[in-house]
Design a protein around this ligand. Structure first.
Ligand code: NDP
Ligand code: 8X3
Length: 252
């Protein structure tokens, strides 16, 4: 039977690559993001390339009411969600604690944490009702080790790590798998967003080594969903070969 995946943050980076990977493998897709034109372009591309069935939900995952309403009013044919990928997220700024902006902190907490919680809380009842379910949370290497000027971004990703562990325990009785994937440096729009549109600063992050790409993460996400029902990858850290951890990257 055809399976359905819901991906938050599908308009760019990992989410977009994940959408392509699953569409290419015959899945139905619910894709979420704030940029309507990009969502429309993505759905048109997935239909044209793979004949994929898609449903676009354009909203901000920080908006609790919009999120619950979007999921509660899904058409019946889209209510059986097999895989949820909590991917949407951001780093805003890279500053010492004393210099960082409160607005940046709130954007990260509201998106990376509260947005993930709202989406999960809305989708889990559908998984339980459908007797199916696999939640994949995109954490970060920043959720394993804190680095200078990473303060609140690192805190949100440590929280994603903790929430994933908690979900795994609490959802055991429902047979819902929970996988946390923690990538290291990947060249997406992430750094452009972090540095507020400064392309030179964003490019500098990926100079001197080969970073991960969205497709690398999409392949891993897909692999975790392809295992037999009794097998769950719980926690997975993936970095470019040139990166050992949050602070040690070998740059030529
Ligand atoms: P991108 O900036 O390329 O993509 C982020 C996606 O998230 C976009 O589709 C964006 O869509 C969406 N998004 C952001 N905020 C919201 C919101 N409030 N509501 C709905 N959608 C939102 O970044 P990545 O693909 O790199 O990042 C994806 C995830 O991976 C994030 O959680 C990030 O923290 C994590 N990560 C990234 C790493 C990297 O080095 N790139 C490494 C480790 C983890 P739109 O703007 O249209 O809403
Ligand atoms: C993104 C990777 O190292 O910039 O989560 O925090 S890092």
């Amino acid at each position: 039977m055809q399976q359905t995946i819901l991906v938050t943050g599908a308009t760019a980076g990992f989410g977009k690559a994940i959408a392509h990977k699953f569409a290419a493998n015959g899945w139905k897709l619910i894709v979420i993001g704030r940029r309507k034109e990009r969502l429309e372009e993505l759905c048109a591309e997935l239909k044209q390339k793979y004949k994929a069935e898609t449903l676009a939900l354009c909203y901000d995952i920080r908006d609790k009411a919009a999120g619950f309403s979007a999921i509660e009013t899904l058409p019946d044919a889209w209510k059986k969600i097999d895989v949820l990928v909590n991917n949407a997220g951001l780093a805003a700024g890279r500053d010492h604690f004393e210099d960082a902006s409160l607005d940046d902190w709130e954007a990260m907490i509201d998106t990376n944490l509260k947005g993930l919680l709202y989406t999960s809380k809305a989708v889990i009842p559908l998984m339980i009702a459908g007797n199916t379910g696999h939640i994949i949370n995109i954490g970060s290497i920043a959720g394993k080790e804190v680095y200078e000027k990473g303060n609140v971004y690192c805190a949100t990703k440590h929280a994603v790590d903790a929430i994933s562990k908690g979900m795994r325990i609490d959802l055991l009785e429902h047979g819902i798998k929970v996988t946390a994937i923690h990538p290291g440096a990947a060249e997406t729009e992430f750094s452009l967003v972090r540095f507020k549109g400064d392309q030179a600063m964003a490019d500098a992050v990926y100079k001197g080594y080969e970073p991960l790409r969205g497709e690398d993460i999409a392949d891993i996400v897909f692999y975790t969903t392809s295992l037999p029902p009794h097998v769950c990858i719980n926690d997975l850290v993936v970095t470019p070969t040139a990166q050992a951890n949050s602070v040690h990257t070998f740059k030529k």
